[in-house]
Design a protein around this ligand. Sequence first.
Ligand code: ZN
Length: 191
Amino acid sequence: MPAEFPDFRLGRVLATSFTATLSERHGDAVERIPTPRRLVDWLAVSGLAVDSCTSAQLELARELRESIHAAATAAAVHDDLPASAVQVINDCSANGRAAAVLTPEGERRWRLSSPSRVEDALGVIAADAIGIISGERDGKLALCASPTCRAAFFDTSQSRTRKWCDMNTCGNRQKKARFNANRRKNAASAV
Ligand SMILES: [Zn+2]
């Protein structure tokens, strides 16, 4: 598995994991799918393996990603959903021809209509986004407390009080910053 993509399959939410492939949107943004190959890698770790991806398909994927980001952000702050974003999400959902299949072990897998059909994978992601933005799924959309991030994430914790999109990145950074501030304060008062 490529190191750049953390293994967040446990409890991960497909749509917001996808929007997280552009991180630090309000700081020094980091693009984690800069090339078609990187999108292929991301889809593979997300259970949506394709064997190829064109530049046009990458472009479409990024358009869907930003549309989900815009709609999820609006939903998190109870704003009207941007019509153009809704259109892109719906088009991607309608164009997808992936089928959910059940494995003998009782797990759900996605079967694409063809291994080169990135559009099928995007359809699955779009449908996942519709599930969380519409409130169909159990959880709450919220915005990351990190000022350089502000990513929309889906909080499935029991208390619905999660503050960061990801404990390993934004949560940790915030904790470290607080720890350093405390240490400086203690050092100052010790003098
Ligand atoms: Zn964050």
